[in-house]
Design a protein around this ligand. Structure first.
Ligand code: CU
Length: 252
């Protein structure tokens, strides 16, 4: 692909490729995310309410198409990528979405509303601000194995990573040094993956693939540009959703 076609940040015509970046705008392709409040203070859960409006200002209520078992997924990441939340807001009859966010430390967060209308996946995003003394973390160094809740999860690519080239990323879960295959369905799949580009938190749509079982979960990804990305892989065991994060480096 030509470089211009590899980066979906320019507009909507590339979004149908499915692996282009989105989430860089609060308004795109005729749809706008309108948040009631983006400034928060204090400890404890913060109520976040918002709606999606179309190009005529009408609140979207019934046009959502279910993907990964939900009409809308909300991913919230502190801008240093150190804190991640993936939640499913409740939709009111008026089309208003509401959810309690943890936003457990001060700082600036990016909230991505991930939904599908007219057969097209979309991600609109807004910044959220939590008052207080914020201590941003540097992006962790890339490494193939990371741990969560006693599980070690290794990520491998089918071929060496390269910008604008499709790759299969496989996550292998182990516990106590042995492959751990007792994965429970999560959002209709064996796992969920979000990838964000360092610098602008461009949001990459990643698709689970069929055909991998046991302790392994695979996704198709095409990183549009060289650089570092932060991956958030989620899987479910023992009734709980686990999140493990990676830094990866994509060469030119
Ligand atoms: Cu979701």
């Amino acid at each position: 692909a030509e470089p211009a076609a590899a980066d979906g940040a320019q507009g909507g015509e590339h979004a149908s490729m499915g692996t282009a970046l989105s989430g860089l705008a609060v308004s795109q392709d005729g749809f706008t995310l309108e948040a009631d409040q983006t400034n928060f203070t204090g400890a404890g859960p913060k109520r976040f309410t918002f709606r999606i409006v179309d190009d005529r200002g009408r609140v979207v209520r019934d046009e959502y198409e279910v993907e990964s078992e939900r009409e809308l997924h909300l991913v919230v990441v502190r801008r240093d990528t150190a804190i991640y939340e993936h939640v499913h807001p409740t939709k009111g009859e008026d089309g208003m979405w509401s959810v309690d966010l943890a936003l457990r430390e001060p700082g600036v967060y990016r909230a991505f509303a991930d939904f599908q209308i007219d057969g097209k996946k979309r991600a609109l995003a807004t910044d959220l601000f939590v008052a207080g003394d914020s201590r941003p973390n540097p992006l962790p160094e890339p490494k193939p194995v990371n741990a969560v809740d006693g599980y070690a999860v290794r990520v491998d690519s089918s071929q060496p990573l390269q910008a604008a080239q499709a790759r299969t990323l496989t996550f292998a879960i182990s516990r106590d040094g042995k492959p751990f295959g007792a994965l429970e369905p999560y959002l209709g799949a064996r796992g969920h993956l979000v990838a964000l580009r360092e610098g602008d938190l461009g949001y990459l749509h990643v698709h689970p693939t069929d055909g991998v079982g046991g302790n392994r979960v695979a996704f198709e990804a095409r990183f549009p540009t060289a650089g570092r990305y932060r991956l958030f892989f989620q899987f479910k065991t023992g009734g709980d959703v686990r999140t493990v994060a990676y830094t990866i480096e994509v060469p030119r």
